[in-house]
Design a protein around this ligand. Structure first.
Ligand SMILES: C[S@@+](CC[C@H](N)C(=O)[O-])C[C@H]1O[C@@H](n2cnc3c(N)ncnc32)[C@H](O)[C@@H]1O
Length: 273
């Protein structure tokens, strides 16, 4: 197949699969290459139902954003935002209230370039290339500061992100860096893969990702994922299987019980001091 490279940054080696593009392919997107599709197929062989799982993750994103808008949030920081696909944060939030402002952050240049192109003409949304492991750089980025007012509550979205960050990088410590910068009344939403449900299938998928993309993944337990919300008050129903977080309709869960439990999802609110 001939690849359309018009949107591809020159520095990208398209022979090496990348998790942002693999995820895009699994969601039915067009911003991926042969190497990404091959890895996606391998993941699917190890873990049948993975497409269902990523679809449920996007359904949760929509519910979490709408919950935050209903709770008064009008500015969002989406870190590990990925390659834009249908139902992006700015689409959901700005449909609910056009005044909502959104900053997307990802360390993958393709994701950031494509987000930038999609957001051209939208003066309330932008994309920034940065690493979640550098909270100071993300929070101090002039573009971020031009869009978000950290004296006001922010909706921080970290969906399918922290499982790419090893324990040695100290995810709870990094999250504390973000939490300290957020005003009381801010919200944090997380989804995270887990070995608590059908671990062998996920282990196979994680092995494929490591072998082919050199990207490591670190699924965590319920307790470890709940600990990422340290300093926040979990809103009901707490940390649960992704589909069990306030499902609103048939598209929010799967007919396969295992898909519903493969990711943990939760939303927390930063309380007043
Ligand atoms: C599976 S995608 C999730 C996309 C979106 N958050 C969602 O849930 O639909 C994970 C994204 O995290 C990004 N990512 C991985 N490690 C990162 C890091 N250290 N800093 C920022 N982004 C990172 C990847 O590039 C990828 O785009």
């Amino acid at each position: 197949m001939t690849e359309n490279l018009a949107w591809t940054p020159a520095e990208i080696d398209i022979a090496v699969p990348n998790v942002a593009r693999v995820y895009d392919f699994l969601l039915g997107g067009a911003h991926n290459f042969e190497s990404d599709r091959t890895l996606a197929d391998k993941i699917e062989q190890s873990m049948p139902g993975v497409r269902d799982v990523v679809r449920l993750n996007r359904s949760f994103l929509r519910r979490a954003v709408l919950f935050m808008v209903e709770s008064g949030i009008r500015q969002f920081l989406d870190i590990g935002s990925g390659i834009p696909t249908v139902g992006n944060v700015h689409e959901v939030a700005q449909q609910a209230d056009p005044e909502c402002r959104v900053v997307y952050v990802d360390k993958e240049p393709v994701a950031v370039r494509h987000s930038g192109a999609l957001l051209a003409g939208n003066d309330r949304a932008m994309a920034v290339e940065a690493d979640v492991c550098s909270p100071g750089e993300v929070l101090g980025d002039p573009a971020v500061l031009s869009m978000l007012d950290f004296d006001q509550p922010v909706g921080l979205l970290n969906l399918l992100l922290w499982h790419f960050i090893p324990d040695e990088a100290d995810p709870p410590g990094l999250l504390a860096g973000y939490r300290n910068a957020l005003a009381p009344g801010s919200y944090l939403a997380i989804t995270h893969t887990t070995y608590d449900s059908e671990p062998d299938e996920l282990r196979g998928a994680v092995d494929e990702v490591r072998r082919r993309s050199k990207q490591q993944a670190f699924p965590r337990t319920y307790d470890e994922i709940t600990a990422l919300f340290d300093g926040y008050e979990l809103v009901e129903p707490g940390v649960v299987g992704c589909a069990a977080w306030r499902p609103g309709g048939p598209g929010d869960f799967s007919e396969h019980p295992s898909s519903n439990a493969r990711l943990y999802a939760g939303v927390g609110r930063k309380p007043q001091p």
